[in-house]
Design a protein around this ligand. Structure first.
Ligand code: SF4
Ligand code: SF4
Length: 444
């Protein structure tokens, strides 16, 4: 067991929300049964939408390529089931918009067995071939942002990645899917690390895990594979430790400058689930067709950690978990801090979906907003050292240009400021509106 210590590494500022992980942290991952209908949005990752290569009426196999990357910052999309493409049309996306998607009806008589493929000889691949393969695998960051993984491995000429950082923090309350991956799939994670560390030629690999997951720390503390050291570092429990820049600061004390990427300080950060999925592709030829999701919250009858085919409808997942309690008022996709409230349950699980959380009236009650008392708690909470109080006041006054000078675009929308505000000022919502307005003005 890892001992509790006040000297564990962390970053400055941040908050300590209640964890609420007990309901699922010890629940082994179970497989979601196949359902009838799957919706695969063409845009479910950061970057350009994918381009379909199948037509309505066409029969597809589980794991078959159904759409190609639409650009470099885009990735491949594969069928999560064997069945028939029924349409390529607009469907409701979890973000509330109507967006093009491929609809597949599962064949009720298909075995859904994946054809075994021989391992890929990744050692003999050039850097470009390796990057192309990761794009073909359809891999995106599984921590929530869904950034295409291969883009991080396309290191510009003259740059050298020195450190590979693996994110096992899982700092959002309720979520436990990464925790279970670390406990149940440690071998696959270490295999993924071996492949990436060798292909990027990194000097060291560090896995950062919050200390509330001692079994995950134990599971990953193994002799290094491939002769490259892998350090497992327990971190203080604090939100938003899983944000890339916060994790880098916590582990090495290195600051990623505003507007820059981890690559600019010679670091690549990947999620633990992404490493396991990468190993599945290179060793067994399995592309990204499913992911682990935590289903939890006071409004769900049977909380669970599920392995779910991408494109499964949220309604089907919730039904599999016994359904919602009558007092449920809201379902959120992702964690409670940064997740998306769903306007409809007939939307699909995406590659980036880490959680489905059901909340009742008690958790969704919005307390009365009072005037700012200038207490400074939001300033103490902001991990990016932004003046959240002032940003909130400027947003209310519509003074968006001034907010830009106050570095509003460096806000990662973690919600720590709103969480700590005794006046219940919805600072994060105000900032989101202002950022959206600024982006629109720039686009014109
Ligand atoms: S201002 Fe942005 S980055 Fe700072 S605490 Fe609020 S949401 Fe997080
Ligand atoms: S925490 Fe709320 S009340 Fe305190 S300074 Fe910030 S905005 Fe004002």
């Amino acid at each position: 067991m890892v001992s509790l210590s006040l000297t564990l590494p962390t970053f400055r500022h941040g908050i300590h929300p209640e964890e609420y992980k007990k309901a699922t942290e010890c629940m082994p991952v179970e497989r979601m049964p196949f359902t009838k209908r799957y919706i695969l949005p063409l845009s479910q990752h950061t970057g350009a939408p994918v381009k379909p290569i199948v037509r309505p009426g066409e029969t597809v196999r589980r794991g078959q390529l159904i759409a190609e990357p639409g650009a470099f910052v885009s990735m491949a999309l594969h069928s999560p089931v064997s069945g028939t493409v029924t349409s390529i049309a607009v469907h409701r996306h979890p973000n509330g918009q109507l967006q093009p998607a491929i609809e597949i009806e599962a064949d009720p008589f298909a075995t859904q067995k994946l054809a075994a493929k021989p391992p890929l000889d990744w050692r003999s691949m050039s850097s470009k071939e390796f990057v192309d393969h990761v794009q073909k695998a359809g891999l995106v960051g599984l921590g929530g942002a869904a950034f295409p993984t291969h883009v991080k491995y396309a290191v510009p000429e003259g740059k050298q990645i020195e450190r590979l950082v693996i994110n096992g923090c899982e700092c959002e309350p309720f979520l436990t899917c990464d925790h279970r991956i670390m406990v149940e799939r440690a071998d696959a994670i270490l295999r993924g690390i071996e492949i990436v560390a060798e292909k990027l030629g990194v000097k060291s690999t560090t896995i950062g895990i919050e200390q509330n997951k001692p079994d995950a720390v134990e599971a990953l503390r193994r002799p290094a594979t491939g002769g490259r050291p892998v350090h497992v570092v327990p971190l203080k429990v604090k939100y938003p430790q899983g944000a890339e820049k916060m994790l880098i600061k916590a582990l090495f004390g290195v600051e990623v400058p505003a507007g820059k990427l981890p690559l600019d300080v010679n670091i690549v950060v990947n999620n633990v689930g992404t490493m396991a999925a990468l190993a599945d592709y290179f060793d067994r030829g399995i592309p990204m067709i499913e992911r682990m999701v935590t289903v939890s919250g006071p409004g769900i009858k049977r909380p669970a950690n599920l392995m779910i085919p991408i494109g499964t409808l949220v309604r089907d997942v919730l039904d599999h978990c016994g359904g919602l309690l009558p007092e449920t008022k809201l379902v959120v996709m992702g964690g409670p801090m940064m997740g998306m409230p769903l306007a409809s349950l007939d939307v699909p699980v995406l590659k980036g979906t880490s959680g489905l959380l059901a909340f009742t009236e008690v958790e969704t009650h919005f307390p009365t907003e009072y005037a700012c008392v200038r207490c400074g708690r939001c300033l103490d909470a902001c991990p990016n050292f932004l003046n959240a109080s002032l940003l909130g006041r400027l947003a209310k006054a519509g003074r968006y240009e001034e907010m830009e000078k106050m570095h509003i675009m460096d806000c990662m929308e973690c919600g720590s400021c709103s969480f700590s505000c005794p006046s219940h000022i919805p600072i994060i919502q105000l900032i989101r509106v202002a950022k959206g307005a600024l982006r629109e003005r720039k686009a014109k």
